[in-house]
Design a protein around this ligand. Structure first.
Ligand code: UDP
Ligand code: MG
Length: 136
């Protein structure tokens, strides 16, 4: 059964800074994702804190929020069959050192914090995250 889905993808500051956005967007379209919406934004630390609220008790929360708000990012609505899972596969493990060959984090990630891309981890969170960036 085909299940057309949408997920949120973010090209993080480290990748935008290195001007990798066109290359990374091409990686998504090569894998059958359609980029339905897209915008380049520079969020505040407070917005990053709201976006990553799920991680507020983690030791890396403050650095993570400073980092996501440190420069421009590209936020996108990606669409395809099983978009959430397929995007997570394409992204690879959180730490680029652990990411499989060919994944975005393996190819472009610099470190666990500067890992180039974000992707929603469930259909429920995809809805919440898409709303956060595109319906406010
Ligand atoms: N992160 C970090 N240190 C850690 C774990 C995570 O800096 O020890 C950052 C990393 O950039 C990651 C983000 O926090 O992408 C969110 O963490 P999560 O566990 O949700 O990983 P993801 O879903 O992005 O793979
Ligand atoms: Mg996550």
């Amino acid at each position: 059964m085909s299940k057309i889905e949408q997920t949120l993808s973010i090209i993080k500051p480290d990748a935008v800074e290195r001007n990798l956005q066109d290359q990374i967007k091409q990686e998504f379209t090569n894998k059958g994702f359609e980029i339905i919406k897209e915008k380049k934004i520079h969020i505040s630390k407070e917005e990053a804190e709201r976006f990553y609220k799920v991680h507020e008790t983690k030791p890396f929360y403050n650095d993570l929020c400073s980092y996501l708000s440190s420069g421009p990012i590209i936020v996108m609505t990606l669409q395809r069959e099983n978009a959430v899972v397929e995007n997570r596969k394409l992204m690879g493990a959180t730490n680029p050192v652990d990411a499989e060959e060919g994944t975005l984090r393996k190819k472009y990630g610099i470190s666990i914090d500067k890992n180039s891309v974000h992707g929603s981890d469930s259909p429920e969170n995809a809805k919440i995250e898409l709303d956060f960036f595109f319906n406010h």
